[in-house]
Structure formats: C-alpha cells, structure tokens
Design a protein around this ligand. Structure first.
Ligand code: SAM
Length: 218
C-alpha cells in the first residue's frame, strides 16, 4: 500500500477543505506515519476519515479532529506541552514535531508502553510518557505553555488550569461521557477565557477530576 500517497490525499481531502491551513500543522500531518500507530488488522483504514480502535476500548482520533486540536493550540517551536491521553502515541508524535518537549500521561499501562516503544523507534527524543491519572496533570514539569486533552472531560480539571502557564492555551473536549464540545481555554491575567470550537465525540476522561469508572461503565 502506498501510505505516502494516502497521507497526502488525507491532508488534501480531509484537512485543507475543512479549514486546517497552518502550514506547519499540515506539514506535520504529511510527515508522521500514522500507519505505524494503527493496529495491524486496521492498516487499510489508517487514513480514512474516522477514528479507529487501538484496543483496551480506546481509539486513535479521526485525523481531522487531531489536526483541528493541533491548529488551535497555536504551537511555537519552544513550547513545553502537556498531553493527557497518549493512546497510540500518534498525536504525541505530531506535537513532538511542532514543539520543544511533550509530556504525555496515559492511564492504561499497556497503551503507554506501546506508545513509548513506538515513539522511541521513530526517533522522538523530546517525549516523556507517564502512566497515571492525567486529570491530576503532571506537576513535576509544570507549568506548561500548552495543554491538550484527548479524552472527553466532565469539566475542565482544576489541576490542569493550575498547571497551565499565564497566556497559555488548553484544548479540551468537555461535556457528556459520549458527546462533547471541543473547547479552547486561555489563561490571561489569572482569568479563564473559553471558546467553543465544535461538537465532537471522545472516549471518556476517567479519573479524580473526570468521570468515575462506575459512571462510565454503568
Ligand atoms: N491522542 C491519542 C492517539 O493519537 O492515539 C488518542 C487518545 S484516545 C481518544 C483517549 C485516551 O485517553 C485513551 O488512551 C484513554 O485511555 C486515555 N485516558 C482517559 N482518561 C485518562 C486519564 N485520566 N489520564 C490519562 N489518560 C486517560
């Protein structure tokens, strides 16, 4: 399969027409080999316009949603980023292409370990992964210039607001367990400004400042 051609087609047909126009973001999505992060049985669907299962009842997000979140983070090469929900590690690789350092937290150990191995194999040296509850953030390396949450939150977790730098930007899906609104949170003079991007569907953010396992599993 010509993945390179499929990747270019994904950028041209799924990202550009929907308003992804930041050249650096488009370049990162043209470069990162998504097929390396997708389970072997789903390779043929790698560049399709929908999320895919990565095991453990989790997903790798639709390329467009990953690009929309990335564009709205307005990344700069020197940024230190906190990502919550490493999943396959694909979005982590995109962030690593566009910033100085990415700290990523994943609650499911097997996923975190797989992603860590893959990112190392691909030569990313500016990524650190922690197994834990990302609703608590990652205090040790805070504050962060940018925070990206890739699971659906009940509300914006307070530790994440506290670990975001002044003038920092956070992109986070907030709402119900199975349908949310993608929000951009900006911290300015200790005030929080929030804008809504669009409706989205993410797996739930489970943790102390997120959903409980009981709420999600019924
Ligand atoms: N961005 C990922 C990728 O490119 O593959 C997809 C992320 S997937 C939609 C959401 C991830 O968030 C899942 O792997 C899930 O286990 C994780 N997650 C849910 N709650 C979490 C929490 N409190 N802390 C860390 N990770 C969490």
């Amino acid at each position: 399969m010509n993945y390179r051609r499929l990747r270019e087609k994904m950028v041209e047909e799924q990202l550009v027409p929907r308003g992804i126009k930041d050249g650096k973001v488009l370049l990162a999505f043209s470069k990162v080999e998504r097929e390396k992060f997708v389970p072997s049985g789903l390779q043929r669907s790698t560049y399709n316009d929908f999320p895919l299962s990565i095991g453990e009842e989790q997903t790798i997000s639709q390329p467009y949603i990953a690009a929309l979140m990335t564009q709205n983070l307005k990344l700069r090469k020197d940024d230190k980023i906190l990502e919550i929900g490493t999943g396959s590690g694909y979005q982590t690789a995109i962030l690593a292409e566009l910033s100085k350092m990415v700290y990523s937290v994943e609650r499911i150990k097997t996923l975190a370990e797989k992603a860590k191995k893959k990112l190392k194999e691909l030569g990313y040296t500016n990524v650190k992964i922690l197994v834990g509850d990302g609703t608590m953030g990652w205090e040790e390396f805070s504050p962060y210039d940018r925070i990206l949450v890739t699971a659906g939150a009940k509300r914006v977790p307070l530790p994440l607001i506290n670990q975001l730098k002044e003038e920092g930007i956070m992109v986070i899906p907030v709402g119900g367990a199975y349908s949310q609104q993608l929000k951009i949170i900006q911290k300015e003079k200790n005030k929080i400004k929030s804008d809504i991007l669009e409706r989205c569907i993410f797996v739930p953010l489970i943790g102390k400042y997120g959903w409980s396992e009981d709420e999600v599993n019924g």
